[in-house]
Design a binder for this molecule. Structure first.
Ligand SMILES: Cc1ncc(C[n+]2csc(CCOP(=O)(O)OP(=O)(O)O)c2C)c(N)n1
Ligand SMILES: [Mg+2]
Length: 710
């Protein structure tokens, strides 16, 4: 029972005479208002204690959050990973105290990283007392995988609303595949709360445009229309007609003129649930810092503690005991237990009963749902993966990827995704029979058309992944810059998302430097927890996928060539399965004992091999290391790393048509990196390779120079 684990009231308040305070409050206010003011005052106290944080928006939005959680949402606090729960996303993540207050007051339980065991409360009052402190489950911003009940990490404005679009797409897809007559297993809504900042950020426009196109009527954004951001009134930079904008996106737009009117708020959500064929935007007029006499409606209420005196005055305006801190009055926990707790339990119990019948009637579909929830795949998910025969002409990384992806997608029904309008070029289109397109009229389609919206695409892929689908997105590698903030969040959230980026280097030839990535590999390699993989031939592509698909808590960026790459003869060179170790010895001199090491990734692996053959013919003992992924290699044992790159061999040449930044780590101070020191140029690839030094002779010369041989 939720109530049993709530802290006793005696431990909650920090005032001398709690019973008196309680009776005063109960006399004065009804329990709904008490619950709302508890959210407000917990937020105020936490920010004041931490001496940092954002009190104003929690003070304004407490009635909204109260209404959503206790009256609107279908959510069982006892099981925050119940698949059919409504999703709540706080896109204005700086208002995190709203979330910590409501997760605490509703008694949401923690789940473990395997999404299996339910444990302690997700957020305790002690966590709130230690808001923003090390180890607290009430950190500065909502963090998925750190605090149970957080559906997605937010803080970079705009990410939450865009991720919510991915969640809404996932619901439509899941309902289409798994719901059966009489079995509405997936029937949830996705709610996101956002502020001026989220709607100013471009990503929200991308995401809203796509959501409107797709007619996602399971999606509701609430816009906190307070006319305040950090620098002051929105008059200085944000005067557009938001309602007209969203109407143009084909959304339904509702307005609630008073953020304190719980009844009006509730009615707006009723209208949302009755609206078919369109997403809903609720514009909620609110007053930041509501109740603080000197700070309400000012930017000062946004991001700094109110100050002791203003805290007292705000509490006085709420009819709250002025000395009370972290005070949860009698009846408030019980009120949430009787509200969301009771409704949520009924809904989840009914669902579980329904699912057990479904399990008997549709065992295969039920098994899929169970696997998906654990981020597992059906047996034989990697069957039919190709082995590409040696071929000096070979095929492009993107071509090989397209073949593999199409096979995997047939083995894994919930692998879905697409490209930002470059499917034919990225080769990410799923072409097998029945793959279909995801559209409003065909929500079972597997091919997403994100349009030319890389940023929203990446956030939507995160949303798919947070809904336990295996999502992928694609574009040209250079344009990952347009998606980076969401890719970074993938890594921060430890999601197994897949980003497929082709046209990985100079291969874009004639398109010129705007289309030729240079610094991108280095910058991705700097993102903690992100697997960046640049396979060197078709079989390395296969092995890359085999590795990626087994990841359950890490995102991957797969970097693929545009141009054909020879398929190496694996009877002559080491097997491509070495990819799973990030770097492996592809070729050695006869009898081993190399004197120089050539390290390459992707399209330059073949270059290193050609240089190696040449060096051997001249009696120089070179080794080729194929290094598709720094990240994976870094996770190998020191022993393995030393076997691939023996410390005593200091003559090392790395070759990659990208920024050389970071390669010193592997070539050492005495090594050489053949890379890019400028942007590229517009010309056929062959000429570019010559101009920028990506030819076997350059590698041979560098190796010889290191060995001081002519
Ligand atoms: C992408 C991004 N840029 C900047 C910030 C820093 N920042 C945090 S809150 C904020 C102002 C947000 O204003 P609004 O959304 O209206 O929130 P309110 O103050 O009304 O709660 C800014 C600029 C951020 N978190 N994310
Ligand atoms: Mg604002």
């Amino acid at each position: 029972m939720i109530t049993e684990t709530q802290p006793s009231l005696a431990s909650c308040g920090e005032i001398e005479n709690e019973s008196k305070a309680n009776s005063n409050l109960m006399n004065k206010e009804n329990v709904v208002q008490l619950a709302i003011n508890t959210i407000r005052t917990l937020s105020i106290d936490a920010v004041q204690q931490a001496k940092s944080g954002h009190p104003g928006t929690p003070m304004a939005l407490a009635p909204l959050i109260y209404t959503m959680w206790n009256r609107v949402m279908q959510y069982d606090p006892a099981d925050p990973i119940w698949p059919n729960r409504d999703r709540f996303v706080l896109s204005n993540g700086h208002a995190s105290m709203l979330l910590w207050s409501i997760l605490h007051l509703t008694g949401v339980r923690a789940v473990d990283a395997e999404y299996e065991r339910l444990g302690e409360p997700a957020v305790t009052l002690d966590d709130i007392r230690r808001f923003r402190q090390l180890g607290s489950k009430a950190p500065g911003h909502p963090e998925y995988r750190w605090v149970s009940g957080v559906e997605t990490t937010t803080g970079p404005l705009g990410q939450g609303v865009a991720t919510a679009v991915g969640m809404a797409i996932a619901q439509k897809w899941l309902a289409n595949r798994y719901n059966q007559p009489g079995f509405d297993l997936f029937k949830y809504n996705v709610y996101a709360v956002c502020g001026d900042g989220c709607l100013m950020e471009g990503i929200s426009s991308e995401a809203a445009s796509l959501a409107g196109h797709l007619g996602l009527d399971n999606l509701c954004w609430v816009f906190d229309n307070n006319h305040i951001t950090i620098e002051g009134s929105t008059n200085i930079a944000f005067t557009e007609d938001v309602a007209a904008r969203f109407l143009a996106y084909k959304w339904n737009v509702l307005r609630v003129g008073d953020a304190n009117d719980v009844g009006q708020i509730e009615r707006a959500f009723q209208t949302f649930r009755q609206t078919k064929g369109r997403p809903t935007l609720i514009i909620l007029d609110s007053h930041i810092g509501y109740g603080a006499p000197h700070k309400q409606d000012t930017p000062e209420a946004h991001g700094e503690p109110l100050g002791e005196e203003e805290v007292r005055l705000a509490k006085r305006s709420y009819g709250w005991p002025e000395d009370a801190k972290f005070f949860v009055p009698d009846g408030v926990y019980a009120h949430f237990t009787q509200g969301i707790g009771a409704h949520g339990k009924v809904a989840r119990d009914e669902w579980r009963t329904l699912f057990s019948v479904y399990h008997r009637k549709f065992p295969e579909l039920a098994a899929e749902i169970e696997l998906m929830q654990k981020r597992e795949f059906p047996d034989g998910w990697d069957r039919n993966l190709p082995v590409f025969p040696a071929d000096s002409k070979g095929l492009a990384g993107r071509e090989a990827s397209g073949k593999v992806l199409n096979i995997l997608a047939q083995n894994i029904p919930w692998l879905i995704g697409g490209s930002a309008d470059l499917g034919p070029s990225n080769k990410t289109t799923l072409t097998f029979e029945g793959a279909g397109q995801f559209q409003a009229s065909s929500p079972g389609g597997r091919n997403m058309h994100f349009g030319i919206r890389e940023h929203a695409m990446a956030a939507i892929v995160n949303g798919l992944s947070l809904s336990k689908l295996r999502g992928f997105g694609a574009s040209f590698f250079v344009f990952i810059d347009y998606a980076r903030p969401s890719v970074r969040l993938s890594a921060l959230m430890e999601l197994p998302t897949l980003f497929i980026f082709s046209h990985d280097a100079l291969g874009d030839g004639e398109d010129g430097p705007t289309h030729q990535p240079v610094e991108h590999l280095a910058s991705l390699r700097a993102i903690p927890g992100l697997v960046t993989l640049r396979p060197g031939d078709a079989n390395e592509v296969v092995e890359a996928y085999r590795y990626i698909m087994k990841l359950r808590h890490k995102p991957t960026v797969l970097v693929l060539s545009r141009q054909p790459l020879p398929t190496l003869d694996r009877s002559r060179y080491a097997p491509a399965s070495g990819v799973e170790r990030g770097a492996y010895v592809l070729a050695d001199p006869p009898g081993g004992k190399p004197e120089v090491i050539l390290i390459a990734s992707g399209s330059e692996v073949i270059l290193a091999v050609q240089a190696h053959e040449k060096l051997l013919s001249e009696g120089i003992r070179s080794r080729v290391v194929s290094m598709p992924s720094w990240d994976i290699f870094e996770h190998q044992t020191r022993d393995y790393q030393n076997r691939v790159l023996p410390p005593e061999i200091q003559a090392r040449v790395a070759v990659e048509p990208a920024s050389t930044f970071g390669w010193e780590r592997y070539v050492g101070v005495k090594g050489r990196v053949i890379g890019m020191h400028t942007f590229g140029a517009s010309a056929p690839l062959k000429e570019l390779q010559k101009k920028f030094g990506f030819e076997p002779d350059q590698v041979v010369t560098a190796a010889k120079e290191l060995l001081l041989r002519k």
